[in-house]
Design a binder for this molecule. Sequence first.
Ligand SMILES: *[C@@H]1O[C@H](CO)[C@@H](O)[C@H](O)[C@H]1NC(C)=O
Length: 391
Amino acid sequence: MAPSKTFCVVVLPLLVFTLLTTSAKAAYNVLDFGAKADGKTDSAKAFLAAWSAACSSTSPATVHVPSGRFLLNRVAFQGPCKNNKINFRMFGTLVAPSYTVIGTSNQWILFNQIDGLSINGGILDGQGTRLWDCKLAGKNCPLGAASIVFTKSKNLLINGLTSINSELAHMVINGCEGVTMQNIKISATDDSPNTDGIHVQMSTNIAITQSTIKTGDDCISIGPGMVNLWVEGVFCGPGHGISIGSLGKTSIEPGVQNVTVTATTISGTQNGLRIKTWGRESSGFVKDVVFEHIVMQNVDNPIVIDQNYCPYNRNCPGQHSGIKISNVKYNDIKGTSATPVAVKFDCSLRNPCSGITLQDIKLTYKNKAALSSCTNAIGGASGIVVPQSCL
Ligand SMILES: *[C@@H]1O[C@H](CO)[C@@H](O)[C@H](O)[C@H]1NC(C)=O
């Protein structure tokens, strides 16, 4: 064989193969950066070093977290990165330090300014029980840290991530664009204070699907500036249900628009589907919301709009909420209420709710039709609606 031919037949394919495999498999194992899977050595530096390698890779990169327990002090995984395909592959558990260490931080684990990140697997153990005990005992305790927070990021896939016993919210999406969360598992006890499951705000195009959320506060809480949210196939409970709000805390606030919650079960919660606003002036709004194909199991307040939120009755002159609520559709919502009133629309006198529609509702209390109550709510009903509509 002529040397040039040898090059083409043997060397060139090898070279191409080597190039392809090395570029496709830039994988950074946190153990190689000094992480210890012993549950007690702080591995934050090692995780940050592995992140930094993946983030500065010009081709797709994987941060590999093997099985075991990794104690992790407060960490911020910062972008922007040099590639838009980072895979955080987790087999192990990340363990938070004590609340005395991170309880005054906003978050334990932060991902900021990243385009194109997927997180696959893993367990976050927020170790929140001692902070809850402190709070439940009425002591003077720090607020706590959310377990994982994503800010100013886009094109995120969070798949198969589990969070247990967060100090504050389990997962927060704030200021992001294009986020898919699927197969998420969240758990904390029903009396754990302030442990929202997933909090989303100031973001567009978020989907939360096929997930189980058992916690002490809202399963999903939807804050100002959330546009295009899709929730499907979620099991929620215990907890406080799925809540748009509280909105209108501040006078200038972006609205919530285009939210769909479908094929979801809400079980043993304080609220089912709630929209909650402060009773004070605000530029905010809620519009184009669909709640459909929902099963309620023994829920205290299955369907509720409350525009009179004002703890301690402070700074809410006349209790007039400025938040305009319009075009909210409830379709195919069935099951049981744990209290006599299953549908309650308590809207703002100055800004009545409009375009509220009920279709095919069947909510019972102790095997009998439950009750509904309406204040300042305009809309209509179709199909079979039990309790009878008060719109
Ligand atoms: C509403 O949001 C969904 C995703 O949840 C999206 O597919 C749809 O296009 C949005 N509708 C409008 C009018 O933007």
